[in-house]
Design a binder for this molecule. Structure first.
Ligand SMILES: NC(=O)c1ccc[n+]([C@@H]2O[C@H](COP(=O)([O-])OP(=O)(O)OC[C@H]3O[C@@H](n4cnc5c(N)ncnc54)[C@H](O)[C@@H]3O)[C@@H](O)[C@H]2O)c1
Ligand SMILES: Nc1nc(=O)c(N)c(NC[C@H](O)[C@H](O)[C@H](O)COP(=O)(O)O)[nH]1
Length: 226
């Protein structure tokens, strides 16, 4: 069993979620409030290490009225345990789970010693999940999170993790805020990056279930067809 996963992001009209410098202030005020209403409802909120390093996010409910108990569990997919110890994701505002990949080989030898040290430091502060894969095995990780009690997750990026999650069939809903902005740039981050599929016949199919204007932005909500 796996948690129900809602992917949420904000993009420019040309499909970018950040520029090549990592600048990503896209949503209007109303959209951020909508996102925080969802944060308040789900059990977990998940991002990749690229997003942590770019944004130093809090991943708490802080744009609307909320109590500490309303904060979901923060979840980071972080192959080589690169989460900096002074970043906000490790503070006491909410519980945090960090997934790292197999830092050693299957015989527990040939370890990346620096990554092992970093993971041990993180373990003093938060719950560290050791995946068996070279990169975090997301199917295995989702099963672990479900058994841990996390039945719903909002995935909040970035581009690389978004693609791995949709490729592995782990996303149930997609909510996208489209802002009336164009930023361009072939090196900007798009909604889904990763390797992509080779052929359109392999594209993930969605069904539009809702769409509405919100402040300066426009929201589209889809169900992922399986
Ligand atoms: N506009 C938005 O809604 C929005 C939302 C989130 C992030 N962002 C932006 O996106 C950028 C970050 O995106 P990104 O693509 O660099 O990083 P990301 O957050 O997608 O993290 C990717 C990293 O996660 C790790 N990882 C481990 N196992 C993995 C697996 N199985 N699959 C995929 N990744 C795995 C790898 O180290 C990988 O490099 C930042 O600039 C951030 O500001 C924008
Ligand atoms: N909905 C949305 N609109 C945006 O314009 C934007 N840049 C993000 N980005 C999501 C990403 O996960 C960010 O890292 C957190 O939104 C950081 O913010 P917090 O400190 O947690 O509020 N999300």
């Amino acid at each position: 069993m796996k948690p129900y996963v809602i992917l949420n992001a904000a993009m420019t009209l040309d499909g970018k979620i950040a520029t090549k410098t990592g600048s990503s202030e896209i949503s209007g005020k109303e959209d951020l409030e909508r996102v925080h209403e969802i944060r308040k409802k789900v059990d977990g909120i998940m991002v990749g290490i690229g997003t942590v390093l770019a944004d130093d996010p809090r991943l708490t409910v802080h744009k609307i009225n909320a109590r500490k108990e309303d904060n979901p569990i923060r979840i980071v997919v972080d192959n080589k345990a690169r989460t900096p110890l002074n970043f906000r994701i490790l503070n006491d505002d909410a519980e945090t789970i960090i997934a790292v990949s197999s830092i050693c080989d299957e015989r527990n030898e040939n370890c990346d010693e620096e990554a092992v040290k970093r993971a041990k430091e993180l373990e003093k502060r938060v719950n560290v999940f050791y995946s068996t894969g070279e990169t975090v095995d997301l199917v295995e990780f989702m099963e672990y999170l479900y058994d841990y009690g996390i039945k719903s997750i909002m995935l909040e990026g970035g581009s690389t993790l978004n693609f791995s999650m949709i490729r592995d069939g782990l996303i149930d809903e997609v909510k996208i805020c489209i802002a009336p902005m164009i930023v361009g740039g072939k090196d900007s981050k798009t909604f889904f990056d990763g390797d992509g599929f080779d052929y359109m016949k392999d594209a993930v199919q969605l069904e539009l279930i809702n769409s509405f204007p919100l402040g300066k932005d426009f929201i589209m909500e889809y169900k992922v067809l399986k």
